[in-house]
Write a protein that binds this ligand. Sequence first.
Ligand code: FES
Length: 299
Amino acid sequence: MTTVSSRGQTPEPPTSLGMPALPAPDYPAEVRARLEADAKEVIARYPGPRSALLPLLHLVQAEEGHVTRTGIRFCAEQLDLTTAEVTAVSTFYSMYRRKAGGDYQVGVCTNTLCAVMGGDAIFEELKEHLGVGNGETTEDGAVSLEHIECNAACDFAPVVMVNWEFFDNQTPESARQLVDDLRAGRTVEPTRGAPLCTFKETARMLAGFPDERPGAVEATGSAGPASLIGLRLAKGEVAPGRGAGHVVSPRTAGPAEEPPSGHPGEQAPPGHPSSHDAPQETSASDDQHPAGPTAEEGE
Ligand code: FES
């Protein structure tokens, strides 16, 4: 019914601020009981209940594939928070979906290094091939495409992530084959790490529940060789390819070795132990992970 103000004017409808309308519907009783048991287990791991918010958001995401109004209400009730507080957190982190998505979240790293190594070309290829844009999902509900920021895998650039598993050293062609395989239900193997599973299954693991697939934990692996160079340098070890040279970690340098407070533009003295002594190794020097375009990409 339209109301009329005392001045005889029809009032404007309230302005939407884009916040979820309240109250949100509850889960069906069976789902709620199951999630409450899971939430209790997660909350018990923390000294204070509100510390469990991030895993609980993954838990509700595992239920519905994204963080719904119902999921936000559930988290708030379990942790004695307001729905506004839960919404603020869930919309801050990019790993929480705010709308329904596909079984496979395909993220193309278009951060600086991956972008110049081919990430931008891969994203354009997938966008055209799948017929979807950033944050959109294919009609069959299989693949959601998105830009992602650096995943600390720059030595394997350009990197594509599927449900946060690594697919290293990709090309537009290999990425296209990857999404075709995903959509066709064919098994795809990440370059390293555990075998791939669906978005919901991944979300449940991120909530803190174990990956019970045989061999999955053992397959987790470790950092690649180029990544480990930085660790070796931090320990003051000899950098690969530097012969008998020795890089002194700034953290372990004694007072006598501390650099003088120079002026802008002043050259450091020979042997100066500073971060500028870091080796000039690049992925191009890593035989196992060459930096340049692969043969099929360049031909
Ligand atoms: S820039 Fe892509 S992983 Fe670092």
